[in-house]
Design a protein around this ligand. Structure first.
Ligand SMILES: C[S@@+](CC[C@H](N)C(=O)[O-])C[C@H]1O[C@@H](n2cnc3c(N)ncnc32)[C@H](O)[C@@H]1O
Length: 314
């Protein structure tokens, strides 16, 4: 196996060819910041390049862009042998075990093809690097085992679920007895815990602002929200008990910290004496929130899904 071990990857270079050869011959160890791979998914289909004529109508002459149908044959057997004899002991054991329960079949042919490439991609990543593998539920569970073995389970960062459409048309009219498939999966692994990560933000929604940042400071016009200052867990969690503005409770702050907040005008009493809601106003500093990737990709909003729609009278 010819493996490039030192040097710097060429900048702005587009390689054409089998990525396993390219990785081994051209990409040095620990030279890559980020890998995003959108490989075949083992969909058992062939994908065509669609030609359209000038009116936009699809032409009958199409060429196959790539085949996503895998077969256990001499190539798969050779890759399997290389992984179990030349690779690391962990990878060899995992691939061997996988073959024993998956069998020497289409799925296993796909998995050995992927494993050989993922070993190389792991090699070329810098310690600060990250890998995002785009796949779908056909093989994501097996790919996660492969990645856990190559990267180490503690280097697994996130499973991002990508909802491809708001609704998906099921084939119930044709007698399908399954829910429509509507998601892809992106597995995010880090090369080490020193991975580079740039948090991404998006603006708060108007609904969120209306629900939480209800108050406006008259002098400055700044919006703020109120947060309870009661110590969660009470005495059991070691919260101090004392009196603030005539209300005695277990508070989340020490008496000294509470005094500082009070001196800074950060305490608001909503209901004198009756309620324990001594609160403070964190200001809306920036109109942004953490982009929570899974929920933004796969919106949690309840949308009637295709089976429900399909069962409704037209
Ligand atoms: C799911 S498609 C990705 C398509 C691409 N991301 C896009 O949106 O157009 C998988 C791609 O991997 C390519 N591919 C499959 N095996 C490959 C290999 N061994 N080396 C390099 N590319 C390969 C296929 O030709 C295909 O274009």
């Amino acid at each position: 196996m010819a493996t490039t071990t030192a040097g710097k990857a060429a900048d702005n270079t587009l390689y054409y060819g089998d990525n396993l050869d390219i990785l081994r011959e051209h990409i040095p160890t620990a030279s890559v910041d980020l890998v995003y791979l959108d490989p075949p998914f083992n969909s058992n289909r062939n994908y065509n390049v669609l030609f359209r004529d000038e009116s936009g109508k699809e032409s009958e002459s199409q060429i196959t862009a790539f085949e996503d149908t895998w077969h256990w044959g001499p190539d798969a057997e050779a890759t399997y042998r290389a992984l179990t004899t030349e690779g690391s002991d962990r990878v060899a054991k995992m691939i061997d075990a996988m073959r024993s329960f998956v069998g020497a079949n289409q799925m296993m042919a796909y998995l050995v093809m992927m494993a050989a490439r993922l070993v190389e991609l792991h090699r070329v990543l810098k310690p600060t690097g990250s890998l995002y593998l785009h796949c779908d539920p056909t093989a994501s569970h097996y790919l996660k085992i492969i990645l856990d073995t190559i990267f180490g389970p503690d280097m697994f960062a996130n499973e991002i679920i990508w909802k491809r459409a708001h609704t998906v048309k099921g084939n119930f009219g044709q007698g399908s007895r399954l829910w429509g498939t509507n998601t892809d999966t992106i597995l995010f692994y880090r090369r080490s815990s020193a991975n580079t990560f740039h948090p991404t933000f998006r603006p708060y929604t108007d609904d969120y602002l209306t629900a939480f940042y209800k108050f406006t400071e008259p002098e400055t016009g700044r919006q703020y929200r109120l947060i309870s200052m009661i110590g969660p867990g009470g005495a059991a969690k070691g919260n101090p008990y004392y009196e603030v503005m005539g209300v005695s409770r277990y508070w989340r702050y020490s008496k000294q910290k509470m005094q500082e907040l009070s001196d800074a005008g950060m305490i608001v009493q909503t209901t004198m004496g009756r309620s324990a809601c001594q609160q403070r106003p964190p200001y809306l500093r920036t109109r942004r929130s953490n982009l929570h990737v899974p929920s933004s990709f796969y919106r949690s909003r309840c949308i009637p899904c295709s089976p429900y729609r399909a069962s409704q009278p037209a």
